[in-house]
Design a protein around this ligand. Structure first.
Ligand code: M6R
Length: 621
């Protein structure tokens, strides 16, 4: 997730406006920044790795000439945060004709890059985005060379080139493009990734999100996926990319306060991030094949695979250990990073492979475990949300989980993204090891594609019910979270969310273990969550629910829709879409637990975004 911005002003310099707008978009990414403007038919570019303030100190982002320009604040997905990988990207020409900023992932960039390199284009970065600049440049050259004149006067060469280029992209994009030959125009387009236009009397703006231009105008046009807009100094035109027909969207007036706008109208980042999960999971389904392949190759060859992480990332590892075992028949060992040195410090060796999972890539305990393993020549593999973090630098191979920045201290969208990546690794490894039938693999792959829609549906249909559940239980002193098999990881995550943001002491156990001690806490009205996907553990789990009911517990089930055997037994239930394979179940089944924790925090007067005593990234041991 990155932030893009563009503006055409009637008077004044664009650069300071772009700089200020990027600062307001910084929550979308902050590892590198860049701007391009046009003056007297020349494109001027400044860009570098680092936060906006750092780059501004060195390069003065306010000092570029011209009234028209684009800007970008980056959250690296393809290629580390370096100056070359920062946006805007330009084509091959010494004096650039095209400059592009991009948010999204061009899935077929490798094929397009190869095609363009074969026809002489020279690439400077490791990004997927650079291909956009070269393809537009190439298409423009072809249009001119072949002297293909547009039959109508509706589209200029520049517009035709962008229209043709975007039709070749697979994946997601929001782009803004400048052409030195049309110095009064910005063309922007979107597929999936967000893009809005801001309409003012003396300027036009485009941005990934409204906060970028909200202090300047509150008249907004939401571009639909599949639309392209041509902005000129006092007009704009919106076209459907597929049909090339013009549409006439009406501007809307936004009455959000700036702080609200950063959260896109949501009262808290945590809620925004919970609701963003479908699109984050969709992003993880566009992972680069070569990294999945490399990581599974290392795992396949390893004598032992240890998964190391803290907190929520550890829960993702625990769930993954069931996935790897059930699908790939590979035993993996999830270990809490702060215990790794004591538990495995002496035994880890050159034959060990450490799959390290860390949203931030900077957690001190996780990095300390990695350091011990590295000193003993183990192979380090990484899964992280922050490309360029320490974890990516110390890993032999790493994969970015593509969730975009998470601002709420409680991990939500980054957890389900991690699970999605880990389940793809498990499926890939299963294929490699020939352990599962093709039919089963096909079914899993079809189902993983359904997950974003399923999550969307759960949020839509169950949110209100969960909110009421929180109202009902807001004064309870303690909760149990129980699950069997892979759902034990879901239970642990539900419990961590509730404890960290609503400050309710809670207990999570494998359901079978509760009768070995914890059940003694149960008395009438004690709230117990059961995570009950319809897997092989369900029958036994029903027995565990009955044990709790017999002692007067108030049981809340997260179960499959229409699962009457469970629904009839319990006090409250939240329903999850039917037909989700067991190994993927933690992704949808955790959603109501995240929402529950969020609403419990509100009911108890806690700020869910800033829980006391906690930091987003724990960089001390
Ligand atoms: O950045 P990491 O994934 O390494 O962070 C690990 C934990 O600190 C983190 O998951 C923490 O437990 C969160 N507050 C959970 O919501």
């Amino acid at each position: 997730m990155c932030g893009i911005f563009g503006c055409i002003l009637r008077k004044g310099d664009a650069a300071p406006i772009i700089h200020a707008a990027l600062k307001r978009l910084e929550y979308r990414g902050y590892d590198s920044v860049g701007e391009a403007t046009i003056e007297e038919g020349k494109i001027h570019v400044k860009k570098d790795a680092g936060s906006i303030d750092e780059v501004h100190q060195i390069r003065n982002l306010d000092n570029l000439p011209g009234r028209i320009g684009i800007g970008h604040t980056r959250w690296a997905t393809h290629g580390a945060p370096t100056q070359a990988n920062a946006h805007p990207h330009v084509g091959c020409l010494e004096q650039p004709e095209i400059a592009v900023v991009h948010n999204g992932i061009i899935e077929n960039y490798a094929e397009l890059k190869k095609e363009l390199e074969d026809s002489g284009h020279i690439f400077r970065s490791k990004t997927d985005s650079e291909v956009i600049a070269h393809l537009i440049e190439d298409t423009l050259t072809n249009i001119r060379r072949e002297k293909i004149k547009s039959k109508s006067t509706v589209h200029s060469d520049f517009e035709r080139a962008v229209l043709s280029a975007v039709q070749r992209f697979q994946g997601s994009y929001a782009i803004a493009v400048l052409s030195a030959k049309e110095p009064d125009t910005i063309i922007c387009a979107r597929h999936e990734s967000p893009l809005v236009l801001g309409i003012a009397d003396d300027a036009l703006y485009l941005a990934s999100d409204i906060p970028a231009f909200l202090p300047l105008t509150n008249r907004v046009i939401y571009l639909e996926s599949g639309e392209l807009a041509v902005l000129k100094s006092n007009t704009f035109k919106v076209t459907k990319i597929a049909s090339r027909s013009e549409v006439f969207p009406e501007p809307k007036i936004i009455d959000w306060a700036p702080e609200m706008a950063e959260k896109q109208g949501y009262p808290h980042f945590m809620l925004k991030e919970i609701i963003e999960q479908p699109s984050c999971i969709r992003n993880t389904l566009r992972l680069q094949d070569k990294y999945l392949e490399l990581i599974t190759t290392f795992m396949d060859r390893a004598r032992e695979v240890i998964m190391v992480a803290c907190g929520t990332s550890y829960h993702a590892c625990l769930a993954a250990s069931y996935m790897f075992s059930k699908l790939s028949f590979l035993a993996t060992h999830p270990v809490i990073a702060s215990e790794f040195v004591e538990q495995h410090g002496k035994s880890v060796n050159i034959d060990s492979t450490i799959l390290t999972v860390s949203q931030s890539g900077e957690t001190a305990d996780t990095l300390a475990a990695v350091e011990t393993a590295r000193q003993r020549a183990a192979t380090i593999l990484g899964l992280t949300n922050v490309v360029g973090s320490t974890l990516t630098r110390v890993s032999r191979v790493y994969i970015g989980q593509q969730s975009g920045p998470e601002i709420g201290v409680a991990a939500t969208k980054t957890f389900t993204s991690q699970l999605s990546v880990l389940s793809q690794l498990a499926i890939r490894l299963a294929k490699k090891r020939g352990k599962v039938s093709q039919e089963e693999i096909d079914l899993l792959e079809d189902n993983i594609e359904r997950i974003p829609d399923i999550v969307e549906n759960i949020i839509e249909t169950q949110h209100k019910k969960v909110e009421n559940l929180a109202k009902k239980h807001k004064d309870k002193q303690c909760f149990f979270f129980l699950g069997r098999g892979i759902s034990y990881a879901t239970a642990l995550e539900g419990r961590l969310k509730l404890m960290e943001i609503a400050y309710v002491p809670s207990i999570a156990f494998p359901a079978g273990e509760s009768k070995h001690g914890p059940i003694s806490l149960i008395q009438p009205g004690f709230p117990v969550f059961f995570i009950c996907p319809p897997d092989d553990t369900r029958k036994t789990l029903i027995g565990n629910i009955m044990e709790m009911k017999a002692r007067g517990a108030s049981v809340i089930a997260i179960c499959e829709e229409g699962d009457e055997n469970i629904i009839d037994l319990v006090d409250d239930y939240i329903e999850i879409t039917k037909g989700i394979p067991e190994v993927l179940s933690p992704i949808p089944y955790v959603i109501p637990l995240q929402l529950f924790a969020y609403h419990m925090a509100l009911e108890r007067g806690c700020d869910p975004d800033k829980p006391r005593n906690l930091a987003k990234s724990v960089t001390v041991k």
